[in-house]
Design a protein around this ligand. Structure first.
Ligand code: PMT
Length: 215
């Protein structure tokens, strides 16, 4: 199968030396890329800035901003069988990038932010994607209910939900613990290394594809 994966954080520039970002290391997306490859699939990884090595054999598009990630996904998703969105995309970006470094002046500084495009939320209606669509949900409360709301609103086949308020899992850690939220059920997976978990996730995602094909 042809698999598109988004991973890592985005960086939203404020001025020539500053940006808004988040704590995503890219590990979850990169280990998934490795696991899909290991199982014989072809992988296009669209990633924000990380310190990770791209697994050998993975096609790679580096991006910085949410807008760049949106454009790369829009360009390639039509060719894919499966799309998995593990990136931590900025929901807001500065309304304009200052051309000069912002100087210190008053005691407070107000930045105006505007919404970014919801890339996962665009997959079905805007990009016309008909393959297996998998999102993530990074939550700090009401994990299952919030993930299920995203599953429905973004028209996913599966949402992989992690509670990012728990120490040692989620953002910038080597382990994760997730719920698999399907339209008709929820499964709880045990805490595991992201490498080990990724193999389980690939089986789950490939299982959805098989169900669709076999009826
Ligand atoms: O990178 P690591 O350090 O290994 O950390 C892994 C992780 C915690 C980043 C990962 O497991 C994870 O939860 N990724 C999703 C992070 C996120 O931004 O979740 P969200 O609940 O805000 O977004 C829901 C879904 O919509 C996600 O699939 C996200 O990629 C997608 N999205 C969100 C906003 C946006 N503008 N476009 C999107 O595509």
């Amino acid at each position: 199968m042809k698999v598109l994966l988004t991973a890592g954080p985005t960086r939203e520039p404020i001025d020539p030396v500053r940006f808004l970002t988040n704590r995503s290391s890219g590990k979850m997306g990169y280990t998934l890329a490795g696991a899909f490859l290991h199982e014989g699939h072809s992988v296009l990884l669209i990633s924000g800035p990380t310190n990770l090595d791209v697994p050998d054999g993975v096609d790679f598009i580096p991006v910085e901003t949410a807008a760049e990630m949106h454009d790369a996904v829009a360009r390639y998703i039509g060719k894919m069988d499966v799309a998995v969105f593990s990136a931590a995309v900025a929901d807001y970006t500065p309304s304009g990038v200052r051309s000069q470094k912002i100087k210190k002046s008053g005691d407070t500084l107000t930045l105006e932010l505007v919404r970014t495009a919801d890339i996962l939320g665009s997959a079905r209606e805007k990009f016309g994607f008909t393959g297996t669509l998998v999102g993530f949900a990074a939550e700090t409360e009401n994990l299952e209910a919030n993930a299920r709301e995203k599953l429905v609103r973004k028209q996913c086949d599966l949402v992989i939900a992690n509670d990012v308020s728990q120490p040692g899992i989620g953002f910038d850690s080597d382990e994760n613990q997730v719920l698999l939220v399907y339209p008709d059920r929820t499964e709880t997976l045990p805490r595991a290394s992201k490498v080990e978990l990724s193999l389980t996730l690939v089986d789950a995602i490939v299982g959805i594809k098989k169900l669709r094909v076999d009826g």
